[in-house]
Ligand binder design. Structure first.
Ligand code: NAP
Length: 249
């Protein structure tokens, strides 16, 4: 019998959870636990790591999982790599639900970098006012350029002091829209934006605002994930699972 483990965290994971619940498919939703109040899901939900590949293999067996759908954030490469290894080892079917990255358009002033250290290196050493739209995990890397001002956008208020000497945090959860992101950039007199090439619509607003204001963007490329079956929409996952898909919206 089909039993899904849905690795979540993205808008697409939430959409798929709804489709699975509506179709009456047996499944478990899994969050990493990165935010204080994760969105409620219409499937039984667990929170937290599995304990590496070994822990995930044990979990797949104990829960009699037949299919894993990896709908984690495109930058959650460790989880995605573990899912490939664990599914291969345990013979469980795997699909990645992966939204396309953002393509560069006319008027975009983008510099592509491979990783966080590339983004740090691409910034001026002094005097830049940087919108650091990268979440909370890699902020300390930018302490290597302490003479810049950094504007952070975080889902939860920070519990520890910010690891940057000249920084301010706004607390907000997406999706965001272009008008308010433009206002944010103007209000803080931002000169540079650092972002991950996450794809999707809700996080794209800052790039549209940057284009409108003619601001340079340092865009971090997606990390490598081992080869796997990739599907680009929740409906395609449903078709893969051999269930009819209907978003109902
Ligand atoms: P990661 O570095 O790939 O994962 C680190 C560990 O977290 C994994 O090895 C796993 O622990 C656990 N984990 C991750 N996703 C999980 C899930 N859905 N269910 C259960 N355990 C999970 O991923 P990350 O730390 O979550 O994020 C990496 C990057 O993605 C960061 O740059 C972050 O800002 C960005 N991001 C992530 C999310 C998200 O929802 N995860 C959302 C927005 C942005 P075990 O090895 O113990 O199994």
């Amino acid at each position: 019998m089909t039993r899904i483990l849905l690795l979540g965290g993205t808008t697409e994971a939430t959409m798929l959870a709804r489709l699975l619940a509506e179709a009456g498919v047996d499944g478990i939703f899994s969050y990493a636990g990165r935010t204080d109040k994760p969105m409620a899901q219409p499937l039984p939900t667990r929170v937290g790591g599995f304990g590496g590949v070994v822990g995930l293999v044990d979990y797949l067996r104990a829960e009699r999982i037949t299919h894993v759908v990896d709908a984690t954030h495109p930058f959650a490469a460790q989880m995605s790599t573990h899912a490939v290894a664990a599914c291969t080892e345990s013979g469980v079917a795997l699909a990645g639900l992966e939204r396309p990255g953002w393509p560069q358009g006319e008027g975009d002033r983008w510099t592509h970098v491979a990783d966080m250290s590339g983004a740090v290196a691409a910034l001026p050493s002094d005097g830049a006012r940087v919108f650091l739209a990268i979440g909370k995990q890699n902020l300390a890397d930018f302490a290597a350029k302490p003479a810049n001002f950094y504007l952070l956008r975080l889902v939860d208020p920070p519990t520890d002091p910010l690891p940057l000497p000249n920084a301010e945090a706004v607390i907000a959860r997406g999706p965001f829209d272009m008008a308010s992101d433009r206002q944010l950039l103007e209000h803080h007199a931002i000169t540079h934006i650092v972002a991950k090439n996450s794809g999707g619509s809700g996080a794209r607003a800052k790039l549209d605002a940057a284009r409108a204001l003619g601001l340079p963007v340092i865009l971090i490329d997606r990390p490598h994930v081992p080869p796997r079956r990739v599907l680009d929409r929740p409906e395609a996952v449903m078709a893969w699972l051999d269930h009819s898909a209907d978003l109902g919206v």
